[in-house]
Write a protein that binds this ligand. Structure first.
Ligand code: AMP
Ligand code: ZN
Length: 115
């Protein structure tokens, strides 16, 4: 059984503030929010990174993307939000279970990247 952090959240072994759940995906509040609204949306099945996605994962990822705006709206992103998937070392991925960040709030977010 996977000891992946987010797989453990899916199994209920680690607490999380869940905001949406169905048979394929789970959304919960980020433990260290970087914006007034910061939600993570994950497939329940373990996929390590976006680079590991296979064609048979298309349905669950399509579903995840399709539900994301509804989750964002229910969490208070009434006028837009940012969605981010960090991938691998260069992408700054810390948890190796694919997740989409929803970031938002009442005011526009800062510039996406600064060098
Ligand atoms: P990333 O850098 O894209 O891999 O993002 C991982 C995110 O997971 C970070 O924003 C962390 O704050 C968040 N995180 C780590 N552990 C937990 C946890 N137990 N519950 C909720 N969010 C977490
Ligand atoms: Zn996992």
């Amino acid at each position: 059984m996977s000891d992946c952090l987010f797989c453990r959240i899916v199994r209920g072994e680690i607490p999380a503030t869940k905001v949406y759940e169905d048979d394929q995906i789970l959304a919960f509040k980020d433990i260290a929010p970087k914006a007034p609204v910061h939600i993570l949306v994950i497939p329940k099945q373990h996929i390590a990174t976006l680079s590991d996605v296979r064609s048979e994962d298309s349905a669950v990822l399509g579903h995840l993307l399709a539900v994301t705006p509804r989750i964002a709206g229910e969490q208070g992103c009434s006028d837009g939000f940012r969605s981010i998937i960090n991938t691998g070392r260069v992408g700054g991925q810390e948890v190796y279970h694919l997740h989409l960040h929803i970031l938002g709030g009442d005011t526009p977010l800062p510039a996406m990247l600064k060098y």
